[in-house]
Design a protein around this ligand. Structure first.
Ligand code: UDP
Ligand code: MN
Length: 355
């Protein structure tokens, strides 16, 4: 009798198995999968799944219906006059080139504020480069994405040397310890791998956009949501007027970063680029793969990860281009086209600081 019941009433035993094995497993999985890193880590596993799902499935669209500009007062956009007559403001693939005078920041702020975007600023401070942190962070608080939620992701081998800088509400410093490399070239090359690993493991849960910046810099004028797009690259201050055959692309066909002399749109700087978290993951991952293939073939691209970034942007056109206002070096003077210098190199003694 009991045997018959066991065969035809399997829920009895399954019920016990469920309680004894499956429930503890669910709790363990919920704890383990969150890893304590993201703001969603306080949610149970099922809620987090629901959150991720809502972003991807149709219900996310309902939220977008609430975004609507208020009545605003600004001068009429011109159809028969150019915003700038001295510089190009559009690429042949319809990506805007961001110069002062081309955008209305109030309109953009209304759009981005209502989406409540969160921005991760990724900076590497390896070895002696920690000395640049203080000025970088202080000037970023004054000029970078003011009024927005910002995570400063500081990747460093010297967490103790990260200075204490007062931050506005909604902004925080996240110190991530990574090993250092003996050669400075390897520090630069390694940035792509580190960005791809941390994006997958952490950034994707915490921010909407990622901006990667050199640390030997200071902000000296407004840098806001006008830079945000699926992917953006910045025109290198040394080459924005140059012909493509003079760009310092990697010219050896053996390298994955190779670009022929009759190819190339712009020479992009590795010191300032970014995009959505998804797109930056793709970019960093692909550049890292190129760097590893080069390594296996005993070749190192002439300008390290910058060469690979330029190859990536040749094959995957950025959706926005930042003018050299967004990465300037005062050693190059101040040409008339440059109405603003927003992000400027801090002079350094290369030999001293890199060793
Ligand atoms: N970097 C670092 N420690 C080093 C070398 C480089 O942290 O010893 C990082 C740092 O973020 C720096 C970036 O890599 O801004 C690029 O190197 P660097 O600024 O020296 O290149 P440059 O702008 O002179 O071409
Ligand atoms: Mn630099």
């Amino acid at each position: 009798m009991s045997e018959v019941q066991w065969i035809y009433a399997p829920w009895k035993i399954k019920h016990k198995i469920f309680i004894l094995i499956f429930l503890p497993f669910v709790f363990w999985l919920s704890w383990y999968s969150n890893g304590g890193n993201s703001w969603t880590s306080s949610l149970p596993f099922s809620c987090k799944l629901h959150y991720d799902h809502a972003r991807r499935d149709g219900s996310y669209l309902d939220h977008l219906l609430e975004i609507r500009l208020p009545r605003m007062n600004y001068s009429q956009p011109e159809t028969m006059n150019l915003l700038r007559t001295d510089v190009a403001v559009l690429t042949p693939w319809f990506a805007p080139i961001i110069w002062d005078g081309t955008f209305n920041i109030d309109i953009l702020n209304h759009q981005f504020k209502q989406r409540d975007v969160r921005i991760g600023l990724v900076i590497f401070a390896i070895k002696k480069y920690v000395v640049f942190l203080q000025l970088f962070l202080e000037t970023a608080e004054t000029f970078f994405m003011v009024g927005y939620k910002v995570n400063y992701y500081i990747l460093t081998d010297r967490p103790k040397d990260v200075p204490n800088v007062t931050l506005a509400e909604g902004r925080r410093v996240v110190v991530l310890k990574i090993p250092s490399h003996a050669r400075w070239q390897d520090v630069c090359l390694n940035r792509m791998e580190i960005i791809s690993v941390f994006t997958k493991q952490q950034f994707i849960h915490e921010v909407d956009y990622l901006v990667s910046a050199d640390i030997d810099m200071r902000f000296s004028d407004h840098v806001g949501v006008e830079i945000l797009s699926d992917t953006f690259g910045t025109l290198h201050p040394g080459f924005y007027r140059a012909k493509r055959q003079h760009f310092t692309f990697e010219r050896r066909p053996a390298s994955q970063a190779y670009i022929a002399v009759d190819e190339g749109d712009f020479y992009y700087a590795a010191g300032f680029y970014g995009g959505t978290v998804d797109e930056v993951y793709k970019l960093a991952n692909q550049c890292h793969n190129g760097i590893m293939t080069d390594k296996a073939n005993s070749i190192e691209a002439v300008w390290h990860e910058e060469s690979h970034l330029n190859k990536y942007f040749l094959n995957h056109k950025p959706t926005k281009i930042l003018s050299p206002e967004y990465l300037w070096d005062n050693g190059m003077g101040v040409p008339e086209v440059l109405r603003k210098r927003r992000f400027v190199a801090v002079p350094k003694n290369h030999a001293e600081i890199r060793n």
